[in-house]
Design a protein around this ligand. Structure first.
Ligand code: 5GP
Length: 333
């Protein structure tokens, strides 16, 4: 049996560095049909990313993908209200078998000249449903950005690239609100999933980023960008946030609560719903700023000025599970 590892199982080995300040490190990421100043994407979850978050992420140099639990009219309105200055609009959709009406409305707008991206969001992305959806986009001459996921194996990623995906989203089961692994026993440790899939083409490491250092580890093993759900939960650019909020809901897209809200099947839920304190660690911007400081610091520990260099030069060491005690603050008071 092969072994595979998650973020907690490794560390990035510090190497000689002639970098004098983190300011020398560039986090620019050029992906097919997408150029990002920071390699960070807000998750297409209904408690994380709608228009406000997508605009904020663009302002910060990253991307926010609009979630898919909405009606056709809402999708239409978002596209109408979106300004080119807001950056590229990327909308998440389900499979063609579930979500054809929304897909058609997006295709219509794209054919009318709008610069749109589509993110096909299927829990098991290495599936016929995914291939049918990719084929539908191709048959309908969609030439915009296509992000497809989620997969967790090299061949799964390859299949999506071969069928027209520009970028593949990687992660089965690592998400903070996800119960897939305990309910089904299926998944793949995220660090190795990212490393394997990155060999197939440009990828987004989606799910399981609990610490800023996890994002650095994902980029070191080959991710082109990281996607954040739980880390942005409860922050001021999430859809339900109000000045007066003290707690906010964060829920898996496959949770009973989320599925019910869009009239879907609440059975076989593979996600949880929790109430979190508002602004747990800071505002959306503060969290992204701190994350970027962490990533740039990691680059400078490896003596790397670009993410490409970081991916090539960084060295990863496997640790034992007991190292998590040493890794976290452990002063006895
Ligand atoms: P996080 O950053 O919170 O660890 O992970 C976010 C990712 O978890 C999302 O982008 C998505 O891929 C995944 N996810 C979101 N909701 C669910 C769910 O209900 N079930 C599962 N299996 N994964 C989910």
């Amino acid at each position: 049996m092969k072994k595979a590892y998650g973020y907690d199982d490794v560390l990035i080995v510090p190497q000689f560095s002639d970098i004098k300040s983190r300011g020398e490190c560039s986090t620019r990421t050029r992906l097919p049909k997408l150029d990002l100043k920071i390699p960070v994407i807000a998750a297409n979850m209904d408690t994380i990313c709608s228009v406000k978050m997508a605009r904020k992420m663009h302002e910060l140099g990253g991307l926010g993908i609009i979630h898919r639990y909405m009606k056709v009219t809402q999708t239409h309105n978002i596209m109408e209200d979106w300004d080119e200055a807001d950056g590229k609009l990327v909308l998440s959709v389900g499979s063609i078998h579930q979500d054809q009406r929304r897909i058609d409305v997006i295709l219509k707008k794209a054919h009318a000249g709008a610069d749109l991206g589509i993110c096909i969001d299927i829990a098991h992305g290495d599936s016929q449903h995914m291939l049918d959806t990719l084929n539908y986009l191709r048959d309908n001459n969609f030439s915009g950005l296509i992000i497809a996921g989620n997969v967790c194996t090299y061949y799964g990623a390859m299949r999506l690239f071969d069928n027209g995906a520009d970028i593949v989203k990687v992660g089965v089961g690592p998400g903070s609100a996800c119960t897939t692994r305990i309910k089904t026993g299926c998944g793949f440790p995220q660090l190795c999933a990212v490393e394997d899939c990155a060999k197939a083409g440009p990828i987004i490491a989606d799910g399981g980023i609990r610490y800023y250092g996890d994002a650095a580890k994902a980029l070191a093993v080959g991710a082109d960008a990281v996607m954040l759900g739980g880390m942005l939960a409860g922050t001021d650019c999430t859809p339900e946030w109000k000045d007066t909020s003290s707690k906010l809901e964060f829920r898996g897209m496959a949770s009973r609560a989320a599925r019910k809200s869009c009239g879907g099947d609440a059975k076989n839920a593979e996600g949880v719903s929790v109430m979190l304190p508002a602004l747990p660690e800071g505002s959306t911007e503060e969290i992204i700023d701190e994350l970027m400081e962490g990533i740039k610091s990691a680059m400078s520990y490896s003596g790397c000025r670009t993410l490409k260099e970081f991916r090539l030069k960084s060295q990863i060491i496997l640790t034992t599970s007991s190292i998590m005690k040493e890794n976290s603050p452990h002063i006895i008071t």
